[in-house]
Design a binder for this molecule. Sequence first.
Ligand code: ADP
Ligand code: MG
Length: 326
Amino acid sequence: PELVNQIAAGEVIERPASVVKELVENSLDAGAARVEIDIEEGGARLIRVRDDGSGIAADELALAVASHATSKIASFADLERVATLGFRGEALPSIASVSRFALTSRPRAQDTAFRLEVDGGRAQAPRPAPHPPGSSVEVRDLFYNVPARRKFLRAERTEFGHIDELVKTLALARAQVEFRLGHNGRPVRLFKPARDEAAALARVAEVLGPDFPAQSLRVEQRAAGLALSGWVGLPTAARAQPDQQYFFVNGRMVRDRVVAHAVRQAYADVLFHGRHPAFVLFLELDPEAVDVNVHPAKHEVRFREARLVHDFLFRTLHEAIAGTRA
Ligand code: ADP
Ligand code: MG
């Protein structure tokens, strides 16, 4: 099973940021209100994610790091309407197979926490450990036992940059959750929970820059079971790089051709060639109307009714943007 897990790790775990993504998504799936991420040496030395979520019962800790053990899906029918970020049950075993790994957890109803250590895939028996309600995962020396992958880690600053970008994306996706990110013992980001729309917009400004709110329009529209909300940048404030485009489908960051095409069309007659609008958009729809089971790590989805989604996005955005023309 070790080799199987290491192969799975090769698919899902490309670099430290992929580990952070899987761990923070687990925290969010566990209903955490606070997520604290501590990184050392760009994640090559340490990745630690702490949350105040539901925790894992002592007798289920070993299961959490076992292959294909997910607590989130019980049947094929569930797979058709995945509401959690994770559902494959392969992230923790994969990560644990290529690192020195520890999971410490305590459900609120349990008086002590337990800690399970896994070294290169070999799990020790869980032992009592101090920990408040919630979970901590520590991942040390990522890829220490897979030298070919360890060698491909980039400079500390590059790897941390990927982590920072990921945390910004997650912070946009979950405005009500507090996120802290630290690197080498220094606090780098603190996103306080945003309880209203003004605070949510302030968080957006933290990610897209202080000018974004003044250079954008609020969008809010629903039709045919689709709901779109967020902010789109004014054409006049478009950027040279397409790096400030955030699109979330049911709280999941997505890069999708249908979406990209609809946005491009909506801006087509107001944007100079080679310029890219900034936007933060949230699309909500019935989980059964979208397939998120396409690839474990990529930001791909498949809409059951792509045409409907495309036209809804295009119309909504085009209307908003057209209104800005004198
Ligand atoms: P998946 O998220 O696809 O279910 P993972 O390998 O990421 O699979 O996690 C395995 C299981 O461990 C989850 O289904 C969940 O039950 C449990 N788990 C992992 N991380 C946490 C966490 N931070 N809080 C509570 N439970 C967790
Ligand atoms: Mg998961």
